[in-house]
Design a binder for this molecule. Structure first.
Ligand code: 8YV
Length: 309
């Protein structure tokens, strides 16, 4: 009899197929009566595939041993609660670094050169009536990275190739890194032209980019959010973008996604992206493989490949 797992949300077809080949999969998101499914599985369920796991769900599954999250960010899992209950949590690090870094540079150039708007300009036949307005460049500018982790470092390397000066802020200085460290985010925001957010979500970083930081970034500054919508005080950002108090923003993540503040739709100084940092076949397949590999390792009694708890 195959080991049983609970899947909490839709995963890639390929990942679901691989799970189904190895496990008996119960899909919580498709269950008509979720409570009944949980109650039925409670006496024996040892593992979850997917996120969105709070302490309440853990308490209903007393035999739960591990949660294999699809994604490097695991803010949808209460890791503190998992730790106190002896539940292991895995994520999908590294395999998405390149995809994330590539799209970050892409969105920055899209914002600097207004690529989406210029595409519309051509399609709307406006080029026939005059040239597109001049825009700005990335080179010779300073970029501050909030969160110089695995992805942040890949972004830094690529932005150096764009001839940008890279500085960073995070919980601690990383002496082996060649970039200037700021121990205060607002100070960094004041000194940079671009502020790129790639820090983890969760309580510790909630609204870390507040009014003070945005004011420090200022009307010539550009904000790029590739991390989590929760990092930014979104209503304040929207207000400041509307008033021209921030130069522009490229946003891949939002506070209540997929709902995006409608006020942003009409703004010319904004590029919007539907949380697609890791959304390539190449990367999502690797993320799915890692979810499966962690579950297989757990049930085989082998060391987990990428545990965070
Ligand atoms: C999502 C992400 O996991 O890895 C992360 O933390 O934010 C993304 O890769 C992806 O959208 C899957 O839902």
């Amino acid at each position: 009899m195959a080991d049983e797992i609970l899947q909490t949300h839709k995963l890639l077809d390929r990942c679901e197929k691989a799970l189904a080949e190895r496990f008996t999969v119960h899909k919580l998101h498709e269950a008509a009566d979720k409570d009944a499914l949980i109650a039925e599985l409670a006496p024996r369920l040892r593992a979850i595939a997917g996120g969105n796991v709070n302490a309440g769900l853990m308490d209903k599954l007393p035999k739960l041993e591990m949660i294999a999250n699809f994604g490097v960010g695991y803010d949808s899992i209460d890791t503190k609660a998992a730790k106190t209950r002896g539940i292991r949590v895995t994520n999908t690090p590294n395999v998405l670094n390149d995809a994330m870094a590539e799209i970050t540079v892409g969105l920055m150039i899209a914002l600097a050169r207004k690529i989406p708007q210029s595409d519309r300009f051509v399609r709307d036949g406006k080029w026939l009536k005059g040239s597109y307005p001049l825009q700005v460049e990335l080179n010779a500018k300073t970029v501050g990275i909030l969160g110089l982790g695995r992805i942040g470092k890949e972004i830094a390397v690529r932005l150096q190739a764009m001839k940008m000066r890279v500085v960073y802020h995070g919980r601690s200085r990383q002496p082996d890194e060649p970039y200037i460290y700021y121990d205060n985010l607002a100070d960094m925001a004041r000194d940079v032209d671009w502020l790129v957010l790639i820090a983890p979500g969760g309580k510790a970083t909630e609204k870390i980019v507040n009014r003070q930081v945005l004011e420090a970034l200022g009307p010539e500054g550009y904000l790029v959010n590739m991390g989590r919508g929760t990092l930014v005080d979104e209503p304040v950002l929207v207000e400041m973008l509307q008033q021209g108090k921030i130069g522009g923003a490229a946003l891949d993540v939002f506070e209540n996604e997929p709902t995006v503040p409608e006020a942003l739709f009409g703004l010319d100084n904004v590029v919007l992206s539907p949380h697609q940092g890791s959304a390539t076949h190449q990367t999502r397949n690797k993320m799915g493989d890692l979810v499966v590999a962690n579950l297989v390792a757990h049930f085989a009694g082998e060391p987990l490949i990428s545990a965070v708890v």
